[in-house]
Design a protein around this ligand. Structure first.
Ligand code: NAD
Length: 437
């Protein structure tokens, strides 16, 4: 099948490459000429493991192509995914749907039909209805259906997630859309028996937000349990393990940390709350999770300052800046708030991240960027582990102790055990557990 994807970012590029890998003929479109030019030269605009080879092999096979203009790329395409951004709208926190509606307008004008426009972007309930209205206005008489197919991939494991999803959700209101989407996803449902849920469009739109909000609540919950563990002398890792064995709860997303961040949870929880408020169906549990998570990030900086004793003039080395490992995405990363709070208190910040520093540089003024964890630690008063990149999991702690001006490590991901820190002569402050003596 010939498929168009409008928006070639984390979701659009990964989806396009994976669908092409399944044998579809895919054209990915983006208005960002620089991005498309880079991809044309084999340079990926994002860091995502395995993406460069997947793109290269499908381009070489003639199944994957790129364009900056919808015309004429989409003329005879029967399915077009919208995968543009839906950031928080400045001022009120609702999802900014201007990119989605602009894309829908252009696609409807160009597609000849019959076909389907599918939102893969995360959009609030009812967005499909508005796209339907736009299509009727821009392309009256064309047979173009509107469907929702939310994406659940995680950055850092995006290809694996796309190819082996826990489920595929198809939200549609007519047979044409269902038939086309079933055909698109047939390779996935055949090979790995990924469950396909075909439902109404509004349900599909809600599923994505309800899922993200649930995960955000789970993270905020274990983080509050971590605070309680600290107050009463418990160990959150043991508590999480103990509750995670319960299959009704599950062990995933029970790692205490510096708060959730990234391009999805913060904006999606906010947008869901705004929708709920509009309909006077308040989501107080999600509200509490958002508030707890917001407070947590600066609380992490206070934890570091507490460990330092004296903040002004001290130097701290941050390891990891991205919101999670294996991505270069800095959007809403907890490190942004942590750095700001440390700088507010007069702390000098040095940092190293394996992939995120290009994006971070513009977002973190005043930070000294280093080329390795050891360079960052050299002469610093504390080492703070913010993101659990693999290369931070087996640091040479003896060397760190030698390099640091004071042998202090604040581990916001609970990677290191008190015994190993003690053996290396490091004083370790963890999250939700006793410090090493
Ligand atoms: P992104 O910012 O990486 O990519 C969006 C792209 O769309 C940009 O390259 C932009 O130039 C392009 N664009 C904007 N308007 C356009 C237009 N009219 N025509 C062509 N291109 C246009 O965004 P992303 O992270 O890929 O997210 C896209 C959507 O998917 C969002 O709604 C997001 O919430 C959702 N989502 C993201 C993830 C994730 O992990 N990043 C996971 C699931 C869902």
């Amino acid at each position: 099948m010939r498929i168009g994807i409008v928006g070639t970012g984390y979701v659009g590029l990964v989806s396009g490459a994976c669908l092409a890998d399944y044998g579809h003929e895919v054209v990915c479109i983006d208005t960002d000429q620089d991005k498309i030019a880079k991809i044309g030269r084999g340079i990926m605009p994002i860091f995502e493991p395995g993406l460069d080879t997947l793109v290269a092999s499908n381009v070489a096979a003639g199944r994957l192509s790129f364009a900056t203009d919808i015309r004429p790329a989409l003329t005879d395409v029967s399915a077009v995914f919208i995968a543009v951004g839906t950031p928080s709208r400045r001022g009120d926190g609702h999802a900014d749907l201007s990119y989605v509606y602009a894309a829908a307008r252009e696609i409807a004008a160009e597609m000849s039909g019959p076909g389907v426009i599918i939102t893969k972007s995360t959009v609030p309930v009812g967005t499909g209805d508005e796209i339907e209205r736009i299509v009727a206005e821009v392309a009256p008489g064309k047979s173009i259906a509107v469907a929702s197919n939310p994406e659940f991939l995680r950055e850092g494991a995006a290809i694996e997630d796309f190819k082996r999803p826990d489920r595929i959700v198809i939200g549609c209101e007519d047979e044409l859309a269902e038939a086309i989407l079933t055909e698109i996803y047939r390779p996935l449902s055949l090979n790995q028996s990924a469950p396909v849920l075909v439902t109404r469009r509004r349900d599909a739109e809600l599923i994505k937000y309800a899922a993200n909000a649930f995960l955000a609540v789970k993270i905020a919950y274990i983080n509050e349990i971590a605070d309680l563990c600290e107050a009463v002398g418990g160990d959150v890792q043991q508590v999480a393990k103990g509750i995670g064995f319960d299959q009704r709860i599950g062990s995933k997303f029970l790692n205490a940390g510096p708060g959730y961040g990234g391009s999805c949870f913060p904006k999606d929880t906010l947008a869901l709350l705004k929708t709920a408020d509009d309909y006077q169906a308040h989501l107080r549990i999600v509200e509490a999770a958002v508030k707890a998570n917001d407070l947590r990030k600066r609380a992490m900086a206070r934890k570091v300052i507490g460990a330092l004793g004296e903040a002004r003039g001290r130097t701290v080395a941050l390891l990891g800046l991205t919101f999670k490992p294996n991505t270069d995405d800095m959007r809403d990363a907890p490190s942004l708030a942590i750095v700001a709070a440390l700088q507010d208190a007069g702390v000098n910040v040095r940092a190293y991240d394996p992939e995120g520093m290009d994006q971070a540089r513009a977002m973190l003024p005043g930070v000294a960027f280093c080329t390795s964890a050891y360079e960052a630690a050299d002469g610093a008063d504390a080492l703070v582990l913010v993101t659990e990149w693999d290369e931070f999991r087996a640091l040479d702690l003896d060397r760190m102790t030698q390099l640091l001006a004071r042998p202090l490590m604040v581990d916001l991901r609970n990677i290191y055990k008190p015994e190993e820190a003690r053996r290396a002569g490091l004083y370790l402050v963890g999250l939700g557990k006793p410090n090493s003596g």
